[in-house]
Design a binder for this molecule. Structure first.
Ligand SMILES: [Zn+2]
Length: 204
């Protein structure tokens, strides 16, 4: 067997293994989060918990932990970077990003979400309880939105968690990961764990 043929067979076995595990097992998503936004840890941790809740029906298990900025992120894990809003820089309606060329990270901007809800990011302890809860759920939804782009190759939808622009008035209680993305999400998590590129996900 020539080397290229051997390599093809090896890849085929890896892909068969991934397909099998994505159907019959619960893939484990190692989620790290790094805060450079300067926001308090409580609401960010609550948003990650909300993201875990939204991902649960997809059949993936999540282990989430905060990491200090500058610490090496473990291979095969996904990092949520809570970025600092730079006043006047970029589009305020852009709450998150999953830029090309960086498979293992997504960016989310909590201060922009707080501002859109009329909350002063500098004094989170003074936020009214109802809007604080809304902030946490919206932030969690934005995390999931970016993870679906990255891990499931999910496109934008007219409404729901994959709407191109989420808004402060969105019905957060109705957010869910649509069933059509569950299998692709599981496969994306399995590929991430195996160190395979995510961009090669099939679309069907
Ligand atoms: Zn998007």
């Amino acid at each position: 067997m020539s080397d290229p043929t051997r390599a093809t067979f090896a890849l085929a076995f890896v892909l068969i293994g991934l397909t099998t595990s994505s159907v019959y097992a619960e893939p484990l998503l190692h989620l790290s989060w790094v805060d450079v936004s300067g926001m308090p840890a409580g609401p960010l941790a609550a948003a990650i918990a909300e993201a875990e809740r939204l991902l649960e029906p997809s059949g993936i298990r999540v282990t989430a932990r905060p990491l200090p900025a500058g610490v090496q992120v473990p291979a095969g894990s996904m990092t949520v970077l809570f970025g600092r809003d730079r006043e006047g820089a970029g589009d305020d309606t852009l709450w998150g990003a999953a830029p090309a060329g960086c498979d293992e990270a997504v960016w989310v901007y909590p201060q922009r979400i707080a501002s859109a809800l009329g909350l002063d990011p500098a004094v989170p302890h003074a936020w009214p309880a109802a809007r604080d809860i809304r902030f946490r759920r919206l932030l969690g939804a934005v995390v999931v939105h970016e993870l679906l782009h990255r891990l499931a190759d999910a496109p934008h939808a007219e409404d729901g968690v994959m709407a191109a622009t989420l808004s402060p008035s969105d019905p957060v209680s109705e957010f869910r990961v649509e069933a059509e993305f569950h299998a692709r999400l599981r496969e994306g998590v399995a590929r991430l764990s195996a160190g395979l590129p995510l961009a090669a996900l099939p679309l069907d």
